[in-house]
Design a protein around this ligand. Structure first.
Ligand code: FES
Length: 349
């Protein structure tokens, strides 16, 4: 429980753990609106809960920011696997690359993937996700054509396609000949009562806590969504000693691979298709959840409600592409539900 709900006057807990929501705002060394999940711990750091609207920081603080103008062949925004691979390929062609990543380390969502990947050797088959991230990051860091800025946000696109970047103590205006956006995606919320109680997290958020930081996210979990993400996180919860009470899936069939579902079934975890979560219960944190069976029109079947005793509800209900900067660049966008939301319209493949 680290942030504070202005409307409900109670604590909020982290949701995504990757800097893509607003559930973990705190004050750090007097500065408001700092995302706790993106801030590295350091000696003497002062962290306070941000209750209500904070005062705007005094201008003197902002005026001390160092500014710099940069130009480059390629600016890549996002240091996950796509951004890292694009940086290596661009640099191999002799292009000068600036790679920007808002986390303090490279690798994106691979850094918390502890399972082995399937596929051919060329596609890193047999390696664990975090090993793939380390391998790609090493290639990037030793390439003299690539400059890396971690802990740095691309906050907007301005006239003449100049991109504004900011870290905690400096800003940059970057003009590039080519821009590559590899900004990933955000985990979806579910519109049910209680969905912002501490203890409701994205499945990826819980993976970050467990696999990156060694923190157990709860004791008794309900997982919503039986795609690969929901199934894999459920198994990892079991490995971390969390009691997984059930996995619920609104569709009539499990969406993930059989091999992942089979592991859960062997551990006796019920995977309930045509079920969803109706309500998440709790005063200051999750104290339980109500699940319900749904019909073929996805409507709750009255009388089928069941209470689940849990202190953790993980949502693995899809992702929304983070395309906000693309819109600022003026790229033509389309709403494609199958791809998770607004995506750029491609004219060539
Ligand atoms: S931004 Fe920190 S939990 Fe989402």
């Amino acid at each position: 429980m680290i942030s504070w709900s202005i409307r409900r006057k109670r604590a909020r807990g982290p949701f995504c753990m990757i800097g893509k929501c607003s559930s973990c705002f705190v004050k750090v060394d007097g500065k408001p609106y700092v995302r706790a999940c993106r801030e590295p711990l350091r000696e003497g750091i002062r962290v306070e809960r941000q209750r209500g609207l904070p005062e705007i920081p005094v201008i003197g603080d902002l005026a001390t920011l160092k500014e710099e103008n940069l130009s480059t062949d390629v600016l890549i925004i996002g240091g996950g696997p796509a951004g890292l691979s694009a940086a290596v390929k661009s640099a191999e062609k002799g292009l000068k690359v600036i790679l920007v990543e808002d986390s303090f380390k490279l690798g994106g969502q691979l850094v918390k993937q502890t399972h082995k990947f399937f596929g051919s050797k060329e596609l890193f088959g047999g390696l664990r996700g975090f090993q793939i991230a380390e391998k790609l990051a090493r290639e990037v860091e030793r390439n003299p054509n690539i400059s890396v800025l971690t802990g740095t946000y691309a906050y907007g696109v301005f006239r003449d396609q100049i991109v504004g970047l900011a870290s905690s103590d400096r800003t940059w205006r970057v003009k590039a000949k080519c821009y590559i956006l590899s900004t990933g995606a955000m985990e979806n919320f579910l519109p049910v009562p209680g969905n912002d109680l501490p203890g409701v997290m994205g499945a990826g958020g819980a993976q970050t806590l467990m696999n990156e930081y060694g923190v157990k996210p709860g004791e008794k979990a309900l997982v919503v969504g039986a795609g690969n993400v929901g199934l894999i996180i459920s198994y990892q919860l079991l490995q971390a000693g969390v009691d997984v009470k059930a996995v619920v899936e609104a569709l009539p069939e499990i969406g993930g691979w059989f091999v992942h579902a089979a592991k859960l079934v062997r551990y006796g975890v019920p995977v309930l298709t045509r079920h969803t979560v109706k309500e998440i219960i709790g005063k200051d944190q999750v104290e339980g959840a109500v699940i319900v069976e749904i019909d073929e029109k996805f409507q709750p079947i009255p009388g089928s409600e069941k209470k689940v005793d849990c202190d953790l509800v993980l949502l693995a209900v899809g992702l929304t592409p983070d395309t906000r900067l693309l819109s600022q660049f003026g790229v033509q966008m389309r709403w494609v539900p199958e791809l998770g939301g607004m995506v750029p319209l491609r004219t060539r493949y």
